[in-house]
Design a protein around this ligand. Structure first.
Ligand SMILES: NC(=O)c1ccc[n+]([C@@H]2O[C@H](COP(=O)([O-])OP(=O)(O)OC[C@H]3O[C@@H](n4cnc5c(N)ncnc54)[C@H](OP(=O)(O)O)[C@@H]3O)[C@@H](O)[C@H]2O)c1
Length: 351
């Protein structure tokens, strides 16, 4: 089968530290001792993690890994005969293993698809533990289902488990072009909370307001954007209840004067600067800074039910046919040009 494999070192003119090579690798096989399923992947989606990996900035890099954490496909076979009824079902894969249900964090060693020893979804087939597959919500297309897992789970935990967003809250979501940020915007708006967004791109702010129900937005490249954001808030609730942040750096100092006392900053990533400044003023305001990661299998199941009940559709920034399009997608993502998830559909041959 074809798969995108991480290889050490860059090719000439490559801005990434490590390359991806479209390779011919064996179709994975089922081990009769495990409780696994073989899935023929219909589509896979990209995450910023894939960019960090190629830049050499992700911990635990393993060369020869098949990359990719998001995938949707059709079950072909099961290692245990009693689950053979699953064959033919379309499933979406929980991308993180080792975390069952503890809301505080993983019970076991946690690992994410797309780095060895785990397989990746930028491939035609994958073998996955049966416990990590879930039915695809019926209202989703193949590409939308592929776009959901990692970003949806991260946004769900950051928004509800960590920021405890409630209807009527004012919530700031930073860097709205990102996959996680857009999922958070969908989730926040769907429960009747008021979402405000930041972006480096005015057209993304416009789309977030006009198409996705954001109440307002501000360009984070502008001087004094927090003051301008404060001016957008309604008179009867002139503060933020929480911030869902993927940027890091100065986010506490930037939002602490707009947040209510005891407001929560739920931070799932640090794309701008990989550390946080936490000033004394934030202490005096009782502001809570909470780190948030992907989430447990239990949260993944709840996220899928939430999406299904509210008929939420992930925002898609582009769909390509075939794994050979990966270099173009890495280019777009590394420049932050996308608005929504970037998806590859597989042109599949028969097994
Ligand atoms: N901890 C976890 O488990 C976990 C899970 C998922 C993601 N993450 C991390 O979260 C971050 C976002 O992931 P993603 O997959 O959603 O990324 P993505 O789709 O590549 O989006 C990145 C977005 O970050 C925004 N951005 C860049 N610099 C910014 C800044 N200085 N201030 C505010 N926003 C900025 C840009 O938004 P605009 O285009 O609107 O300017 C860009 O579109 C990454 O760092 C990723 O590694 C962590």
């Amino acid at each position: 089968m074809k798969a995108l494999v991480l290889q050490k070192g860059a090719k000439d003119n490559d801005k990434f530290k490590h390359s991806i090579v479209l390779s011919e690798v064996p179709i994975p096989t089922l081990n009769p001792d495990n409780d696994d399923v073989l899935i023929k992947l219909q589509a896979a989606a990209f995450n910023h993690r894939d960019v960090w990996i190629r830049k050499g900035l992700y911990p635990g890099l393993q060369f020869d890994s098949v990359l990719g954490s998001d995938g949707v496909g059709i079950v072909q076979a099961t290692s245990r005969a009693e689950f053979s009824y699953l064959a033919g079902q379309q499933v979406v894969i929980n991308p993180g293993f080792g975390w069952e249900k503890d809301p505080k964090g993983p019970e076991n060693k946690y690992a994410i698809l797309g780095l060895l020893p785990l397989p990746g979804t930028f491939a035609e087939y994958i073998v996955i533990p049966r416990a990590e597959i879930f039915p695809v919500p019926e209202h989703l297309s193949i590409a939308e289902a592929a776009a959901l897992p990692l970003a949806g789970l991260t946004a769900f935990r950051a928004t509800f488990t960590k920021a405890n967003v409630q209807p009527g809250d004012n919530v700031l979501i930073t860097g709205i072009g990102g996959g996680v940020a857009l999922a958070a915007l969908n989730f926040v708006s769907s429960i009747g909370a008021n979402a405000y967004v930041t972006s480096s791109d005015e057209s993304k702010i416009k789309k977030a307001i006009e198409k996705l129900g954001a109440k307002g937005g501000i360009n984070y490249k502008e001087d004094e954007w927090p003051k301008k954001l404060k001016a957008l808030l309604p008179n009867d609730r002139p503060f933020l209840d929480s911030v869902i942040d993927g940027a890091g750096g100065e986010i506490v100092s930037q939002t602490m004067k707009v947040l209510r006392p005891g407001g929560i900053i739920s931070c799932y990533g640090m794309t701008s600067v990989p550390s946080i400044v936490y000033p004394m003023f934030a202490v005096l305001q009782n502001i809570e800074f909470r780190g948030s990661t992907m989430g447990s299998r239990e949260e993944f199941g709840r996220m899928l039910n939430f999406v299904k009940e509210r008929k939420i559709k992930p925002v898609i920034g582009g769909i390509w046919q075939g794994l050979e399009n990966a270099p173009e997608i890495f280019e777009i993502m590394s420049k932050g040009k996308q608005f929504g998830k970037l998806v590859i559909e597989n042109k599949l041959s028969k097994l």
